[in-house]
Design a protein around this ligand. Sequence first.
Ligand code: ADP
Ligand code: MG
Length: 142
Amino acid sequence: MTRTERTLAIIKPDAVAKGVAGRIISRIEESGLAILAARLVHLTDAQARGFYAVHRDRPFYASLCAFMTQGPCLPMVLEGENAIQRWRDLMGATDPASAAPSTIRKEFASSIEANAVHGSDAPETAAFEIPYFFAAVEICPR
Ligand code: ADP
Ligand code: MG
């Protein structure tokens, strides 16, 4: 079954700092997913902790939040048929060492933590994550 979905993508601080945000955006455009919103954001510690609250009991939580606040990131709203899974497929596995060839994480990630991109993992997650970064008036429908 296919359905039009929206997902929250983030080009993480490592990829913005490396200067590969444009190449990652090109991958999105070439995939046919539409970018409905995008903005550079330098997260505070409290904002990173809130975004990743689902991981608060994991051993990597503090380090992940420190990483996400080390410089600006570039959150985006993407839309398309099955956008959530399509964006996860383009990203590749969480650990770049396990990511499939030609995925974004395989090509641009440095480590399992500094892994270049984020993507919502389910419709309920997207419903929390999209308004975390974007007000309705900042999202441009196609
Ligand atoms: P994904 O981003 O693929 O959905 P998770 O939701 O499991 O992965 O983890 C969220 C983020 O936390 C990852 O993208 C990565 O930046 C970081 N992370 C995950 N696992 C680890 C780990 N074992 N060590 C350090 N950082 C991790
Ligand atoms: Mg996740």
